[in-house]
Design a protein around this ligand. Structure first.
Ligand code: ZN
Ligand code: ZN
Ligand code: FE
Length: 737
């Protein structure tokens, strides 16, 4: 060809399993370019010849018209290549010889095109509960190893029928190389089983009877995308109470799946931004404010709080289920409390024996588990509470001179891990609380998957300072250099990373528990810091956790300890047992098993007890949500906390609280005091203020702060604000050295 040139591109990013190669194919047809495109373990190679002008046009279109799930991180180009005189454009077979740098796309909710086919009686996949295409469907949950090709996924046992094969091999089809492609004739099938594992029905009949069981008040389980959900009718008090009893879950709220956005609107107040998130392809659980009027939803779904975790159907199977249901349903991860989500029916029978009556199964394996992601929307921005399905593994390009491969092992609660290699930071899906053997096995399994997917073996490990965290103990046994980063500093670093802040800030990290530099428990910290170091400039006045961990569940002990501190004597006027007070006073005086603690999370507990709300906490963040439901925005007064030296004094206000009596007033003035505290300290230091830590999941606090703060305010949006983000802070400490 006269005047032709040959260019060869190497593209890295999310470019596999997202329709990237067919996209290149159509562009090359359009611009009359010949050559080939090839997936390898590092990304995609595009080797093409044509007129220089056409190649330039191709390159422009490559960036502008990129498929929705694809992301280009790096593109390199070699222009000085001898012409090969290619006669056609081909999509070549994957080359698996080189090292593995490809990024794996998370699972995605059903796309609009597939939804439309699902509902269209003239389509050959009408009603098919596993419909998907290159723009949607499972990815992470079915992949065993890279590159992302059908034999490397749990779709491998399913042999494509002729019709599917034609779509799969046609570069102009939306399902070209859609690895989970299938249809009623060749794909996975549903089966409804009882708890003995007997098959009661299959296919459409299974779905129909399963829905009827829900309507009849049974507690059932259904295999979703990243694991099983426990399900039941969300409108029936008896059923929801029965689920609570069987799960030993007294008050932790259940997420509710609604058939449509309109149904959610009937229950919850929604901003446009919240609607958008709810309907996005991520389809997260969105924590919404409920209407004050009477609701269809059982009061036992989220007892005594004014929030509801709502989400919409995200797989075709969920969409089909609502063809047979008129009511919203509880859809909560099937697991033993605190443990990873169950992905296989054997495990379901073993671990949830006596909890579920029936379950809806299908015969495609879930290789990698993931939970539903959970968010709130604050000031039109996302506040991430759990990063999992649809979001993770989350990869972010990060340019650094660091050549070592780094593993950040995160914290103990809400654990997630992060790795760095080849200029990529990758955050794992939510792993969970590492307090049980099963949870820790899941931590190890996730790490192993990451090692396999990314050909990763750490040179160095970074973790928390807490000596008793399972991650710390594990890291110390690895015979690798191990760096420990203070917990609250890591919270702030994660936020600095997200906002790419490279300056001195006032970091405010409030949470339940974190190991401090001085060996005491921190959690109400003000750190003047940058990426190199931090100074603890202020903190809440410490108190004793009487009986250590016993205080964390039995939160009356926190209030009693604080009252001892101020010499309070009128316990006879409080709803406490005198025997308890005597015993606690002994612990208090002898200071045996009574660690010092400066946590704001624990202060919420004390105030919740004072408001008569709760004596025992049954889930993390319960006190905060209970107090939020009491918050009255017509009250502007606040308790007067004050700073002296590096200490924030607040204990004297307990007497004011007792005097105020009314829970609504106490809760409001307490939260207003916390807001004032942030505003004052941030004004005092005149620095950009960075907020992080589980306490700031409190929407009331954040919204008030956004209104009142005089300094620029930053909080994380793409990284979990709670301990799920700790691994990112740890990693950033290593990368910013
Ligand atoms: Zn689709
Ligand atoms: Zn088929
Ligand atoms: Fe924390």
């Amino acid at each position: 060809m006269i005047n032709s040139v040959r260019w060869r591109y190497h593209v890295e990013g999310i470019v596999q399993g997202v329709g990237f190669r067919p996209f290149i194919y159509t562009l090359c047809l359009r611009f009359h370019l010949k050559g080939y495109v090839l997936n390898n373990s590092e990304g995609v190679i595009i080797d093409i010849e044509g007129f220089e002008n056409s190649l330039n046009q191709f390159e422009e279109a490559l960036h502008v018209e990129l498929p929705p799930l694809a992301r280009i991180d790096l593109i390199t180009k070699d222009k000085k290549l001898p012409l090969q005189n290619y006669t056609e454009f081909t999509i070549s077979k994957s080359d698996v010889s080189t090292s593995k740098h490809t990024l794996i796309s998370p699972d995605m909710a059903l796309c609009p095109a597939c939804l439309e086919e699902l509902k269209n009686p003239n389509n050959r996949r009408f009603g098919y509960p596993f419909i998907n295409c290159t723009h949607c469907g499972p990815r992470y949950s079915i992949i065993k190893t890279v590159p992302y090709d059908r034999p490397n996924t749990s779709m491998h046992p399913f042999v494509m029928c002729h019709a599917c094969e034609q779509e799969y091999t046609n570069p102009l089809d939306r399902r070209y190389h859609a690895q989970p492609i299938s249809c009623e004739a060749c794909g996975p099938t549903l089966s409804l089983k009882n708890i003995q594992g007997d098959v009661l029905a299959t296919h459409e009949k299974a779905l129909e009877i399963f829905a009827r069981f829900i309507r009849e008040g049974h507690i059932v389980a259904m295999k979703g995308m990243g694991g099983f959900h426990l399900m039941c009718d969300a409108t029936c008090d008896m059923t929801v109470l029965e689920l609570r009893k069987r799960k030993h879950r007294p008050s932790k709220p259940f997420a509710v799946m609604f058939g449509s956005l309109d149904d959610v609107k009937k229950e919850c107040q929604m901003q446009v931004s919240e609607e958008n998130e709810l309907c996005s392809q991520l389809r997260p659980i969105v924590l919404l404010k409920r209407h004050e009027m009477l609701s269809r939803i059982s009061i036992y779904i989220a007892p005594r709080i004014d929030r509801l975790g709502a989400f919409l159907p995200y797989t075709p199977l969920h969409v089909r289920l609502f063809d047979y249901l008129q009511t919203p349903i509880v859809a909560t991860s099937a697991n033993r409390s605190g443990e990873p989500i169950i992905t296989h029916s054997d495990e379901l029978l073993e671990k949830l024996d006596g909890v579920v009556d029936y379950y809806l199964d299908y015969n495609r394996d879930i290789v990698n588990a993931s939970d539903d992601s959970v968010i709130q929307v604050i000031d039109d921005k996302i506040l991430l509470m759990r990063a999992s399905r649809g979001l993770a593994p989350k990869s972010l390009r990060f340019t650094s001179h660091e050549t070592r491969k780094i593993l950040a092992v995160g914290a103990q609660q809400k654990n997630a891990i992060a790795i760095y290699h080849n200029q990529q930071v990758i955050l794992s899906p939510y792993i969970g609380d590492l307090d049980t053997v099963n949870s820790f096995e899941f931590f190890e399994k996730t790490l192993q998957s990451f090692k396999d997917f990314y050909d990763f073996e750490p040179d160095i490990i970074v973790g928390d300072m807490h000596p008793n965290y399972a991650t710390t103990q594990w890291a110390k046994k690895q015979n690798k250099p191990f760096v420990q980063v203070q917990h609250h500093y890591a919270h702030i670093l994660a936020t600095l990373y997200e906002h790419r802040l490279d300056e001195k800030v006032l970091g405010i990290a409030w949470d339940g528990t974190g190991y401090g530099d001085d060996g005491t428990i921190w959690g109400g910290e003000f750190l003047v810091c940058d990426t190199t170091s931090y100074e603890r400039v202020a903190h809440f006045e410490p108190f004793l956790l009487l009986g250590g961990d016993a205080s964390i569940k039995d939160i009356r002990r926190i209030l009693i300890s604080l009252l001892f501190d101020i010499g309070f004597e009128h316990f006879d006027e409080m709803p406490f047992d005198t025997k308890d007070i005597k015993l606690l006073k002994q612990i208090y005086d002898k200071k045996i098993n009574a660690p010092r603690c400066s946590s704001v999370g624990r202060l919420f507990d004390a105030v919740a007890v004072l408001c008569g709300l709760s004596h025992k906490v049954s889930y993390d963040g319960e006190s905060g949500l209970l107090l939020e439901s009491l918050y009255d925005n017509t009250i502007s007064e606040a308790y007067s906390f004050y700073l002296e030296g590096t200490m924030i004094h607040y204990k004297h206000t307990l007497l004011d609280m007792i005097h105020d009596k009314e829970p609504r007033i106490i809760a409001t003035k307490f939260m207003n005091a916390l807001v004032d505290c942030v505003v004052e300290l941030s004004a005092k230091y005149g620095l950009p203020t960075v907020l992080s830590g589980g306490v700031f999941q409190n929407r009331t606090l954040l919204e008030n702060l956004l209104v009142k703060s005089k300094m620029p305010l930053y909080f994380p949006h793409e990284i979990p604000i709670n301990d799920g983000g700790i691994c990112m802070g740890q990693l950033y400490k290593m990368l910013s050295k």
